[in-house]
Every structure is written in structure tokens, then in C-alpha cells.
Design a protein around this ligand. Sequence first.
Ligand SMILES: *Cc1c(COP(=O)(O)O)cnc(C)c1O
Length: 365
Amino acid sequence: MHTTTRVQLDLAALRHNYQQIRQIAGASRAFAVVKSDAYGHGLLRIAAGLPDADGFALIQMDDLRALRENGIQTPVLLLEGVMNAADLQDACLLNADMVLRSESQLQMLECMPVYAQPLKIWLKVNSGMNRFGFRPEQLPGILQRIEALKAVRLCGLMTHFACADDLDSDIEGQWQVFSQAVQRYQLPFTAANSAALLRDARTHGAIARVGSLVYGNNPFSQPMPAGYDFRPVMSLQSEIIGMSHLQAGEALGYGATFTADKPMLIGLVGCGYGDGYPYTAPTGTPVLVKGNRTRVVGKVAMNVMAVDLSGVDAIKLGDPVVLWGDSQLQIAEVSQYSGVLSEALECGLTKRLPVCLIGEEPSFA
Ligand SMILES: *Cc1c(COP(=O)(O)O)cnc(C)c1O
């Protein structure tokens, strides 16, 4: 069957965003965070699109293996360390640095054999997120135990901010806790995510770990501050697969939640929650039909949704629809209407969708 919905990835935008990040990061290295299949964009596509990245940060061991199996030798940081001895060995052999974030991981390191090269670790400090990491008062004991390990080399301290994305909430509390530890032990550090990279240069450290901005998403819960130029990498596209004329007073679709107050032309778009478009997007959510900004009407169904074509001229079957990821329609708007985080929208697309790449470097081979 003909698939009407597809994902377009703009690799030129990807490289552009990464260069912007590099500039802001200054002397710090910028690791592109590619966890969760590169925020739903496809791990290998994104990794191949950033051949000059300083590094990649990820969580799943299979992703590390996939990178190395595909010949990608870029430095990798395992954001949550490893869960068992076999993965520990692979992390060493595949040359990945890891975060050490729990007592059980430390005990694993204390039992590990010495491999050809030491395992490089970043010790996670719990500065207030209160999920993983060691509290500042535990650090002297932990650092002593790490020092005794032949198989391990400590690179520095790591932490993660809980509220950097909210410009109304300050990160000072967490930063004070963390920077005191950094001062005290005089170690390199990695702390910044996308939001902290933009809002506070003190947090840049040795490595900034940048996810959302790589993909062109606004990392803040407020509108993006002026003066930045990040471009959407992903665009979700579909097409008009049908049209329907409503008379005044007629209701549309499941639940009859939308009723026309005048005669209306409705476009039916071949995309729905089965593809990953949010079911919670209400009437009014913006969409682009052949470049015209209009709105969703009624309930999003599994494979179809309806849009208002009043005032949009000469639409025919097959005309293109952009659901997000255009200069005229940011994913942040769909996020706001649907109550689903931009990153959750991207991660939530079904892997069945065809993907097309644009902005690839011309090949002269
Ligand atoms: C996901 C993640 C990041 C990246 O966060 P963004 O807000 O997407 O930049 C950084 N550090 C850690 C530990 C993460 O898990």
C-alpha cells in the first residue's frame, strides 16, 4: 500500500545546529546526545550526518555496538554507565567512557579485570536531581576507592540539572553544590545539557552534553530567547487523501466533537496517532496544507485526521501537508497544543514511517 506519511530529515540543518553548538561551547567539547535512537531521528543516520562530532552520548549498549559495527569510531560517553560485567567489558573493548552513578556499579568496577586500556569514568554527583549519583559527602570515600582501581581512570565529575529548561527557575542551587565539589577536588567536569549550554557558560566544563538543540528543538519551556539560529532537522509530512463538504450544523468524525457553523470544506490527511501524531492534538492545532497555515478539526484518528480548508484555494488529492518541522510550523506549537513534549513527539513516531534525507553533502566519488 502507498504510505502517505513520511519523515524528512535535513542533514544540512543537523550540521548547522551542531556548528552553532560548537561555537557556543567555545573551548568545551560538544557531545551530541543520541540516546533513544537519536531522539527518534535514527541513531545511524544522525551519527553518519555528524562525522566531525567531538563525541556522542548515549545510554543503550546496543547503540554503542551499532556505532562501532558501522565503523563509527567517534568518542562515546555512556550516560548511565553499565548494568553488568559483560557490558563493562564491551565498554572497554569498544572504547567508550562511562558515567559511574551508583554503589553497585562501583562494586562491579572493583571486581573487573585490567583490560589493555583503563576504563575512563566520570563520577556522577547528585546535586539535586535525586535520581542517580553520589551525594557530596560521599565523595571522599568514593574517590579513594576509585583511586585504588588499576582498571579505571577517573576523568572528572558529572552532574545533570533538573530545571535548566525552565527560565523562571534558577539552577544556582544545583550549580553551587556541584561547583563546590569541582573546586574541592580540582577535577574536570561535565554538567551542561542544551538549556544550560545556552543560559550559563559556567556550566560548560570539559564536555557539554547536548541533545534537543542538535535536532533544532527549543530546550526551554518558554519561547526560545532571541538571537539563536537553530533549525528543525525533522519534518513530518503527509498528504491530502480525501475531501468532505460539511453543511452548517453537521458534525465531523469520531465523537462528533466538531460541528460546522457554516458550510465548510474539510481536507482528510493520511496521518494519525497510529503514525505517532498526537491523539491529544485538539481542534485548532496548526498544520500547513500546500504551504497554507490552517488547523486540525475534530479528533485525530488512527490513520486519518481532518483539517479546515476554508480559505485555502484549489486543493486537490495528493497535495502536501506538513504536520511539524517547517519555519512556518515549529514542532513546539504542536507540542503546546497537544501537551506532548517535542522530544516525546519525535520519539513517538512509528519506526514504520519511510524516512527521506535532504541536505546531504554532494558526493564527487
Ligand atoms: C538526555 C541527556 C542530556 C541531553 O539533554 P538535552 O536537554 O536534550 O540537551 C544530557 N545529559 C544527560 C545525562 C541526559 O540524560
